[in-house]
Design a protein around this ligand. Structure first.
Ligand code: HEC
Length: 125
């Protein structure tokens, strides 16, 4: 009587441990997390944002100015209209690079202009 009880107890204990660490549910959780990752999609970037990220954001990250912090891009007077934006890029000041390929393509430049106008002056950058 006592012997058979001693045999059953470890089996129950094992079952309880297995239940608590959820070892029977493992094969089910793997495909679930996979499908979750697929649902996550980034919002589409505008062409202007992509041009900004490939040409300008290294220095003007978040609309700031890494090289010359007192001359941020966001809120710049050169963004007040497209003509002044274009002419600034035609003859940039100081270490600001010259972008021949952008200036000669009004379509790309206009999209870039639309994007940089959305940048907000932010504290810390
Ligand atoms: C290598 C770093 C660098 C890159 C890349 C760069 N800039 Fe600049 N930018 C500067 C610097 C430095 C200044 C400040 C020039 C000065 O006044 O001395 C500046 C200034 C400006 C200003 C005028 C800000 C103001 O009010 O005086 C605008 C507008 C501007 N950049 C737009 C752009 C755009 C658009 C791009 C991408 C096509 C770009 N920059 C890429 C460094 C950079």
């Amino acid at each position: 009587m006592l012997r058979s009880k001693l045999f059953v107890l470890p089996v129950i204990a094992l079952a309880l441990i297995c239940q608590s660490i959820n070892c029977w549910a493992k094969p089910q959780t793997a495909p679930k997390s996979e499908s979750k990752a697929k649902v996550k999609t980034e919002p589409a970037k505008s062409k202007g944002q992509m041009t900004f990220e490939s040409h300008c954001s290294s220095c003007h990250i978040n609309g700031g100015n890494v090289v010359k912090p007192q001359k941020p891009l966001a809120g710049s007077k050169y963004l007040s209209n497209y003509v002044s934006f274009k002419s600034y890029l035609k003859e940039p000041v100081g270490t600001m690079p010259h972008y021949e390929n952008l200036i000669s393509n009004d379509k790309v430049l206009k999209e870039l202009y639309r994007y940089v106008q959305t940048l907000k002056k932010s504290e810390g950058s």
